[in-house]
Design a protein around this ligand. Structure first.
Ligand SMILES: [Fe+2]
Length: 206
């Protein structure tokens, strides 16, 4: 795809502890990544049209930058998508899958929190389509999701821009506050989509 549209997330307000200003700035950052990706991809297409295959030149750095911008888009869309105020715990098939993978929901939540505190960029819960289980991953960059054929169902942004305005250096307070605003029904929907093989871009639906 040569041009990606910005997804809208009209629900990004009213989260106790996560300020509207921080959310708005964060959304603008996401819009910037979409703009950046589209610019970089257009540059790459121009180079390809010219038949440029020069190793180590512009094309190589474009490939790295495009992967970084695209990773940022996907990470933020997941992060915004699973924010909500419904407040309930994981239930149904999601809770069963969590129990199979982590022994219990409380142990999963503890592992997610610990993984997020280890991370410098992102933490994700992802479903391994090969092995059929959930795992919490962390990585230090937008393009750092480390394992192929896993499908992320939850993302925690650990870049300073996600929390510094509201929490300063208190990452633990941020992670705990964020986890209190996870819309588990959205996470469950993504798990169901992964299992059904319908793992396309999910637009936010109120
Ligand atoms: Fe972010």
């Amino acid at each position: 795809m040569s041009s990606i549209p910005v997804q809208q997330y009209p629900h990004l307000a009213g989260f106790d502890g996560l300020s509207e200003r921080c959310m708005k700035d964060h959304f603008h950052l996401y819009e910037g990544y979409v703009r950046k990706y589209n610019e970089l991809f257009a540059q790459l297409e121009s180079l390809q049209a010219l038949g440029s295959v020069r190793a180590g030149g512009d094309k190589e750095s474009l490939k790295v930058d495009i992967a970084f911008a695209l990773g940022a888009i996907k990470n933020h869309e997941l992060y915004f998508d699973i924010l909500g105020n419904d407040g309930h715990e994981p239930t149904g098939e999601l809770a069963e899958e969590i129990a199979r993978s982590f022994h219990s929901v409380p142990q999963y939540l503890l592992d997610l929190k610990q993984t997020a505190l280890l991370g410098r960029g992102w933490a994700w819960t992802a479903y391994d389509l090969d092995q059929g289980y959930l795992f919490n991953y962390e990585a230090g960059a937008q393009n750092g999701m480390p394992v192929w054929n896993t499908f992320p169902i939850l993302a925690v942004d650990l870049y300073g821009h996600a929390y510094f305005y509201d929490f300063g250096n208190n990452r633990l307070a941020y992670v705990e506050t964020f986890m209190g605003h996870i819309a588990w029904n959205r996470v469950a929907a993504r798990l169901a989509a992964a299992k059904a093989g319908k793992i396309g871009r999910l637009a936010w639906v109120p």
